[in-house]
Design a protein around this ligand. Sequence first.
Ligand SMILES: Cc1cc2nc3c(=O)[nH]c(=O)nc-3n(C[C@H](O)[C@H](O)[C@H](O)COP(=O)(O)OP(=O)(O)OC[C@H]3O[C@@H](n4cnc5c(N)ncnc54)[C@H](O)[C@@H]3O)c2cc1C
Length: 303
Amino acid sequence: MTRVREVIVVGGGLIGSLVAFTLRGAGVDVLVLDADRPGAAWRAAAGLLTPDGERLRGTPLHVDALEGLRRWPALAAALERSGVPVHLHPGVARMQPGGGVACTPGEGSLHPPSVVRAARQGLEVVAAHVQALGPSGGGVRVRTDAGDWFAGQVILAAGAWSGAFGVPVGARQGQALLLRGPEEVGARYGPPAQGFSRYALSRPDGLYVGATSRRSWAVVPDTHGTRWLRGAARTLVPGADGAEIAAHLVGLRPVTPDGLPLVGPHPTLPGVLVAAGHGRHGSLLAPVTAARVLALVGQGVMA
Ligand SMILES: Cc1cc2nc3c(=O)[nH]c(=O)nc-3n(C[C@H](O)[C@H](O)[C@H](O)COP(=O)(O)OP(=O)(O)OC[C@H]3O[C@@H](n4cnc5c(N)ncnc54)[C@H](O)[C@@H]3O)c2cc1C
């Protein structure tokens, strides 16, 4: 295996795998290094594409969120050429406080683990924990627990763990349940509880009910999470009361101090581009970030 590559992507989660997939599609020689960390957000994410549900109107993220929605159908079609369906579905129902349901047809949902699996199909992904990045000749030396690699350019997409490489990214933990058995409900948003959004979504792996949010690096579920999520399930899908838990998911959302993703040259590491800090919107914003990184790599825009 050659240890010298045009581009190395650090982290093969929602952002890293879609960035690499997009670069590869443009003919770039790209390698993904992923440490398969417990708590990776993509394994726990719901996959809702809901700028309104997330109250993004009037925020600096709204334009990119709408652009993400616009780009998803073409990206999903390209991903599905791998043979892996990504379950992109239009329409999200919004439960009204006084009863009744309003549908938001512009919004939608997909299945994040399938998106990552589909993106990785045509990529070279190596299991390696990246420990350090540093300059080497005109490029970047990537030190890992599986030896060193060298790249002309590196994309830092290590999710919540990107902070270990000198950028202001931390973790906000989210828990969710996958329940077995209840009826098909599509995707629906309920009224928030204790400030958290409550939503339910029928997926190929079960009924997803989410999601808690708190500042923590813990990657194991807790009883407070279970109680809150059971309550959310009762409100959103009465038939789900008592349904068997297929999985209790825990993921670390990569967050920044101002809530905006970091996409651009690393502040101090030459040759490194950052694509991290997408918080609770990584599925929605990934197509926009991937296009932005492709443009920056194409222009050779590095620090
Ligand atoms: C409960 C929950 C629900 C969510 N729901 C939604 C939703 O409905 N809609 C939406 O848009 N977003 C949602 N999100 C947010 C979304 O999951 C994240 O924004 C997105 O996954 C971020 O992608 P990422 O690639 O930056 O990080 P991750 O998905 O966490 O991937 C990071 C990857 O980097 C790897 N890695 C880390 N450190 C290293 C290292 N040193 N070396 C090599 N590899 C490394 C990890 O193994 C991992 O695979 C949700 C998140 C959670 C937790």
